[in-house]
Design a protein around this ligand. Structure first.
Ligand code: URA
Length: 240
């Protein structure tokens, strides 16, 4: 059991004093009932509550998927464009949600965010080799030699370690579906450059077995529940 002000604090609603004031002002309902006692105790697991009419559920850790639009930076201190963090509600930022790896400012698609440090490590560690699938639109028509080079391994400019795609499927003359397991800086753009082509547009479709849901529009985010977390941990996305 946990006091309401502590529970709200853990979910990103500010300091204990802020949360106490929030409860006393009549802004908080718990399981559908107004609660004005900041010291009322509740079992946290699965608890639903509302703050100023916005529904929430207690979560020990926050796991999110964002459909990143172009024109947003993944940095905590964006310099030239708005940051992806501006697309999230403030309690998620207060509780310290961070992007799991980064996408370039002009890349769109699936971006995971969480406040679980172990999860970030698991999904960004080179040792874990989590597959990530990108839809790559190229400037030039892709030929068989380029596909063979991407699958065999290419050497990037400024980096002697060769890198190979796990899979590479031609979808259209200028469109590839490329699976990589590393997360090096500008990896896909540099791989395509090394293969003699150029990336015009890049969209991440999936991570592990979790594909960006078609219903999640650009700029929108969703909670990842047990089912999605299990898919993420799977080897391959079941459907695109
Ligand atoms: N590779 C890139 O070049 N850019 C991204 O945003 C992601 C992978």
């Amino acid at each position: 059991m946990i006091e309401l002000e502590r529970l709200l604090r853990s979910q990103g609603f500010g300091s204990r004093a802020d949360c106490r004031a929030l409860v006393r002002s009549g802004s908080v309902c718990v399981s559908g009932r107004l609660c004005e006692d900041p010291f009322a105790r509740f079992a946290a697991e699965g608890l639903t509550f509302a703050v100023d009419g916005v529904p929430w559920r207690y979560r020990r850790f926050a796991y999110l998927a964002l459909h990143k639009p172009a024109g947003y930076e993944c940095s905590q201190r964006p310099r030239h464009h708005p940051g992806v963090y501006s697309l999230l509600p403030s309690p998620l930022l207060t509780r310290g949600v961070q992007a799991v790896g980064r996408l370039d400012e002009d890349t769109t698609g699936l971006l995971l965010l969480t406040d679980d440090g172990q999860f970030i490590h698991r999904y960004t560690s080179p040792k874990k080799a989590v597959p990530k699938v990108y839809e790559v639109t190229t400037r030039h028509v892709v030929d068989g030699l380029q596909i063979a080079a991407l699958l065999a391994g290419v050497v990037l400019h400024d980096d002697p370690r060769p890198v190979a795609a796990l899979d590479c499927v031609l979808r259209a003359p200028r469109c590839l579906r490329l699976t990589v397991t590393e997360g090096r800086y500008h990896l896909v753009k540099r791989m395509l450059a090394a293969a003699g082509n150029r990336v015009e547009a890049l969209h991440r479709i999936s991570i592990g077995g979790f594909a960006l849901p078609a219903a999640l529009e650009e700029g929108q985010w969703m909670w990842l529940e047990e089912a999605e977390l299990a898919l993420l941990a799977a080897e391959k996305a079941s459907a695109f």
